[in-house]
Design a protein around this ligand. Structure first.
Ligand code: NAP
Length: 306
């Protein structure tokens, strides 16, 4: 017979893993279900330097350490995608359906995170895995000694550019404005590293044969198109929320598609909570962990006496 859970957490990034641990420690029968491997998008961070207690740690190592720690409390089912949620009994019970089975629960936490935004440049999809990548930590190694561009001007783009340069790539950043969005500390590091930046420009097309050979950029100020010879294109232009499950059950989303919560991580639906990047706002590992802990404790409060 299937177990009856108090809390099912969907997504094992830093938010979901922390929630799982806090859930179990509060006495809730808790399960974490993850479609891939634990750690979420932060696994891709080449270096994290602002998670207290770790001066410098790769996203992958931090994720592995978190998993090892929280697994002492909570079961994480990896490689199991949640496909559907059905709310029963006026939302007081839910059935979480995955590709492998289903889990009955009294509450649900959405910590489904975000995915990489696509630029829409011609050739972006076609050259995926053949020169186009969304993860310098994962794929950078293949471009050692080669020319690559990083598209974007945020923290991720700068981090990726620094990582790629460190491992021996010739790196150029292409940004659509004349000012980076990345935190000043990272901007300084990029300048010190001597990475060149092409400003006010977008990538219009990615060209090649079996592999990427060049990109066509368009300068929005001069309206000039330029073809650059490159071997790799790292897209780092932000993220989009994985909100499909939330939308399916009527969880309220903001205008950008992120889940709206109160300070206790409660959504508009009773006993449905959200934590981590899926709630938008400040997307940092430390914030995701805090939201995960808060959400689990809110579930505990709400389930008291039931
Ligand atoms: P982001 O901050 O949203 O930056 C996305 C960048 O891509 C922006 O510079 C944006 O340009 C550009 N962009 C967006 N759409 C584009 C398009 N269609 N074509 C070309 N360029 C486009 O995303 P992120 O850098 O992935 O960061 C996401 C969150 O994670 C942020 O909250 C960030 O602080 C956090 N993060 C933190 C660290 C850290 O070390 N502290 C590391 C990584 C990420 P505009 O500037 O013109 O909008």
């Amino acid at each position: 017979m299937n177990k009856d859970y108090d809390l099912v957490v969907i997504g094992a990034g830093p938010a979901g893993m922390t929630a799982g641990m806090y859930g179990v420690r509060s006495g809730l029968e808790t399960l974490v279900v993850e479609k891939g491997i634990s750690g979420g998008l932060s696994n891709e961070a080449p270096e994290i330097e602002n998670y207290p207690g770790f001066k410098k740690v790769s996203g992958m190592e931090l994720g592995e350490r978190m998993k090892e720690h929280v697994s002492e409390y909570v079961e994480i089912k990896e490689l199991e995608k949640v496909e559907r949620i059905i709310l029963n009994d006026n939302g007081k019970r839910a059935e979480v359906f995955t590709e492998k089975g289903s889990y009955a629960t009294k509450s649900v936490l959405m910590s489904t995170g975000t995915r990489h935004r696509k630029s829409g440049a011609k050739g972006e999809d076609g050259f995926l895995g053949r020169g186009v990548s969304y993860c310098a930590t994962c794929d950078g190694f293949f471009f050692k000694g080669k020319s690559v561009i990083v598209v974007g001007g945020g923290d991720s783009a700068v981090r990726e550019a620094l990582h790629l340069q460190k491992i021996g790539c010739g790196v150029t950043v292409i940004h659509r404005r004349d000012k980076l969005r990345a935190e000043p500390y990272l901007q300084r590091k990029l300048e010190e590293a001597g990475v060149s930046i092409i400003w006010d420009s977008e990538v219009k097309a990615i060209k090649g044969d079996d592999m990427v050979r060049s990109v066509v950029t368009y300068n929005k100020k001069t309206e000039v198109e330029t073809e650059l010879t490159v071997n790799g294109v790292f897209m780092s232009i932000g993220e989009e929320p994985n909100n499909e499950l939330a939308a399916q059950i009527g969880v309220a989303l903001d205008k950008n598609g992120y889940i709206i919560t109160d300070k206790s991580q409660r959504t508009n639906i009773e006993r449905v909570y959200a934590a981590g990047d899926i709630t938008g706002g400040i997307r940092q590992v430390v914030v995701a962990c805090a939201e995960g802990a808060t959400a689990a404790l809110s579930a505990y409060d709400d389930l008291q006496g039931i």
